[in-house]
Design a protein around this ligand. Structure first.
Ligand SMILES: [Zn+2]
Length: 315
């Protein structure tokens, strides 16, 4: 390995759509909810919205009884290493690609009992699994990770409820319906120069984030956030108005990567207006798929020159 820190103290973040991220300080590579398969599905389960097809999308829609498989070609194009994989919850669009990535990279997997049971079902080694219940604050030497008890998005006008857990002893490949929520977490990661608060679902428990002072926050920004009273303002005020606010989980994650996301983007832009109102001094980022940007030690955000030229990224 012999990986070393970026010498200027920056971290780099890459967004893969849905709630999926790679975050690296050069030495550690942390993945959050790494999901690349972007399944179409039919039927309604877990209070999820029925998945409409993107225009021209001729991929089959999976039923919840179907056995599902990861799109390993896409994963292999984008992920070759990881030290830690964090799971906000165990729904398929957060967790189903994790076992393949965990086995490929040897990363530590940190998630709920349900999430690590999914990993076991696909043969991820026991000593790579860290099962958490929320509240843990674990020291990994040069980084540390605090597990923040949290809540799932209030889908379907707040009627969403998934009491399910993924039991021990399953054998993959699993059907879509096996991926129960299993409880939801946020994560606070302390890198040397940066403290980042990450969420993978559109809700949080205010008292669990009150008093945290992350320099960077990833906030799920799609429409279900509007079910939560003062979602954006309460979260940003409770966390000390972070210097960098990144919109995440804003896309239609059942659409293929190349589909038009303009209506989802409009929602994300309305989220950015909420941020602007409560925290006008924050730098905002609305990342597109596969886009990488850097956050420097002084919290300056920088995009690679090519992406920057498109002029579409900053609020
Ligand atoms: Zn979910």
């Amino acid at each position: 390995m012999g990986k070393v820190y970026f010498d200027d103290g920056r971290i780099e973040l890459t967004h893969y759509g849905a709630a999926a991220w790679k975050i690296t300080d050069g030495k550690h590579t942390v993945l959050l909810d790494p999901y690349f398969t972007r399944l179409r599905y039919s039927g309604k389960r877990f209070g999820m919205l029925p998945a409409n097809a993107a225009p021209g999308d001729e991929r089959p829609a999976h039923s919840f009884d179907d056995i599902v498989e990861s799109d390993t070609a896409v994963i292999d194009r984008h992920i070759d290493e990881a030290t830690h994989i964090l799971l906000s919850h165990a729904h398929f669009n957060h967790c189903m690609d994790m076992p393949y990535i965990a086995r490929k990279t040897g990363a530590l997997v940190i998630g709920s009992y349900s999430a690590t049971n999914i990993a076991s079902a696909y043969g991820v080694e026991e000593d790579r699994l860290i099962t958490v219940r929320g509240g843990e604050d674990y020291d990994f030497g040069e980084i540390s990770i605090r597990v923040i008890p949290s809540l799932h998005s209030a889908l379907c006008d707040k009627c969403y409820f998934d009491a399910g857990i993924v039991p021990e002893g399953l054998k993959g490949p699993l059907p879509l319906k096996a991926f129960s929520e299993g409880g939801t977490f946020g994560y606070l990661i302390r890198f040397r120069q940066h403290e980042m608060l990450l969420f993978g679902s559109m809700n949080y428990i205010e008292r669990e984030v009150q008093g945290l002072t992350p320099s960077v926050i990833l906030v799920p920004a799609a429409r279900p956030r509007l079910q939560v009273w003062q979602y954006t303002a309460r979260l940003l005020k409770a966390t000390g108005l972070p210097k960098v606010v990144v919109a995440t989980h804003w896309d239609v994650q059942t659409y293929p990567y190349d589909a038009d996301q303009s209506s989802a983007l409009e929602q994300a832009v309305s989220f950015q207006r909420e941020v602007q109102e409560v925290s006008p001094r924050s730098t905002q980022v609305l990342p597109r798929h596969f886009e990488t940007f850097a956050i420097h030690a002084d919290h300056r955000v920088a995009f690679p020159a090519a992406a920057h030229a498109q002029g579409v990224h900053h609020a």
